[in-house]
Structures are given as C-alpha cells and as structure tokens.
Design a binder for this molecule. Sequence first.
Ligand code: NAD
Length: 387
Amino acid sequence: MAKTFDWQLPTEIKFGSGKIEEAGAVCRRYGTKCLIVTTASEPWLEILVVRVKAILAASGVESKWYSGIGVNPTTDQITGGAEAARSFGAQVVLGLGGGSSMDGAKAIAVEATHTDTCWDYLWFRETQPTSATLPVVAVTTTSGTGSQLTQVAVVTKTDERCKSAIYNDMVLPRVAIVDPDLMTSIPPRMTAFTGFDAFTHAFETFIHPGCNPYIEMMAREAISLVLKWLPKAVANGNDTEARYYMALADSLAGLCIRSAGVTLPHGMGMAIGGMYPHVAHGQSLAIVYPAFMEYTQAAAPYQFAWLARQLDPTAASLDDAKAAALAPALLSGFIKAIGISQKLRDVAVPETELDALTVACMVLPDYKNNPRVATPEDMSALVYASW
Ligand code: NAD
C-alpha cells in the first residue's frame, strides 16, 4: 500500500571539510554570547576548543567553555551547565563533540531557560520545553549519533540508574555543522562503536512502521555507506575519504531517526547505558544486535534480506525468507570484523542483575515499534542471550 507522509527539515546542515570555519557567523545570528559545551578536556578537544573560540571571536561572539559533560551525560552535569549558561548570559549554546556533548548542549539550553531540571521535561512529561529554550548549534565530532539532526537529548539520572530523553523540536539544533576533518582523531574502537550506532539508526528506521519511501532511500544509502566505509575508517583513522562517507552516513541516519525512529535494540541499549554508564552507547547496541537480529528477521523478510544481500551478494539468488535468515550471522561477522563483538558479561554486567535489566529494557516504548513485539518473556530471552 502506497504510504502518505510529511517531510520537514528545519535544521540547516553545513557539511564538508572546513565547515567549522562558519561556526562564528552561524552563532552570531543568535547573539554575541555563546556557551561551548563539551566532554572533559582531552588533547584533541583542547586544540579544537581553542580554534572554535577564535572562530567565534572573529565574528564578534564571546564564548565560555563548559567541559563538565560526561560520556552518557547525567542530570547533575546538565545542571552545572545550565548554571554556567545563566551566569554567563549565554544567548546560544554550541554542542561540540559526540552525542554526549550535543545532547548536553540541548538539555542545558532547556534547563537554563526553564524553572525545573531537564529531567522534568522528558518525552512523556506533561510539561514540555517552550520556545524560551536557547538556540542550539551542533558541531559533531563523531559519526555517530546523528544528534546534530535530531530533536532528542539523551540524559541519565544516576540515582535512578535510568537513561531517558527529552524529545521535542525545541531542542532540534538550528544549525548542524558536520566537518569530517574533525573526526580523524577518533580512536579505532570509538570509531567502530559510533559508526555501528549510525548503522543501527538507519536499519531500525528501515524496519520501523513510520518508515516511508523518502526515508527508506536515506536509510538504505546510510547502511551501504557504513558497510563499505566503517571498516576503512577503523583501519585508518586518517582515511579522509572514509571519514567523509561515515559523516554522510551518520547525517543521513540522523535524518532517518528524526523522521521515523528506533526500535527494540535502542530500548535495550538505553537500559544498559542507564544501569551501566561505563558501556558506550554503540557498544551496548553491538552487544544486543545478534540476538535482536535472530529474533526479528522472519518478521521483516524484505528488509533483512536486503541487508543480507548487501553483506553477501551471493544471497541475491535466494528468496527473501532464506536471505533474511542469513542476515544475523552475516551482521555478526561484520561486528567481529570491526572489532566490537562482545557480550554483556564482557562489560561487567552481573548475571544477578539480568532480570532487573529485562524490566528496564521495556521502559522505553521503542520495542513496540519492532516488527516483532517482544513479550516480557521474549525480552528476558533476548537479555540472557546477550549475556
Ligand atoms: P560520546 O559523545 O559519548 O564520546 C565518546 C568519546 O569519544 C568521548 O571520550 C569523547 O571525548 C571522544 N571523542 C568524541 N569525538 C572525538 C574526536 N573527534 N576525536 C577523539 N575523541 C573523540 O560518543 P557518541 O557515541 O557520539 O555519543 C553517545 C551519546 O549520544 C550517548 O549518551 C547516547 O545515548 C547519545 N545518543 C543521542 C542520540 C540523539 O539523537 N540525541 C542518538 C544516539 C545516541
């Protein structure tokens, strides 16, 4: 049945080598005071922040650097950033880094301008962020979360061991700057984790009930790009062609999740990240994907067969059901090839907590958008199979 759909892209994308140089002119549109939000200082980041501050200053924008965001940002870290934004009088917030920094910037933009903490504006709350939210400019340094193009800000509340999200167009970046030159410093393992995350956004959109022909084109292109270029980017971080195409895949995949959404693996990944914040987001997805693929493939033969044929062209001779059945093993081979094949036990998740983790995996509604909707028993089996 031909689907009807709407398509809207309010975020301006500045894509390509050297685009970071436009950050000053972009931020100047929103004022003269900019809070730069990043994770803790590291050599690659320090150099980049000095450069960005100079770019902003050249356009008449004064900046303050808040480096208090952690990997998987917490509500306390957002509160620290909101205080910094208020005391500085920030008129624009620039997220500079991976998903953690960009999401941190979005959540700070809300908390700095509202009475409650960012946790009070999560996707399911009655009270939502208003137009008082500070404008966000997102500069991504990973490929990636696609956060530079999404209305999502993922945050963790440590005492609740819960990772959830603001989901509102008010946090959608006004401008996304995607400069692949900023990504050559990502270490191989992080390149693999983040690149696999981009794959999952595209694939989960492809199987999502909200997928439409427009998004499907982008999802398929993003998947093909990741399968071709991620191994090259992992093998040689200075391969600028690989970094370019991974940045493109990430942005296409970000547009996919902005328009449709994610499914079962992301609900599981968020639960893992909430309970075990030392596990990187893409790492959690690589852990649950083999079990998810096995569980889901027969319910979406068209998409799984397409993926199988991308991974192994000889699957072209098989019908969809037979090709789809090959997809889990083929994707597991890809995960191994990029060096991130792990189980929950490898990342210090105790067996005694698997039942609690199962419950947490069903908190976000993502699993309801999977082509096969998991019962609590199914979810338990998926969690145990991933351990
Ligand atoms: P990250 O931002 O957590 O960064 C991971 C590590 O990589 C950090 O130590 C960082 O310093 C380092 N790093 C980043 N860029 C680098 C570079 N160019 N060179 C060297 N090191 C670099 O990683 P991420 O995977 O991009 O983001 C993960 C976060 O994003 C999670 O909290 C996840 O839940 C969230 N997320 C958000 C969305 C969204 O739509 N908002 C989507 C997916 C994931």
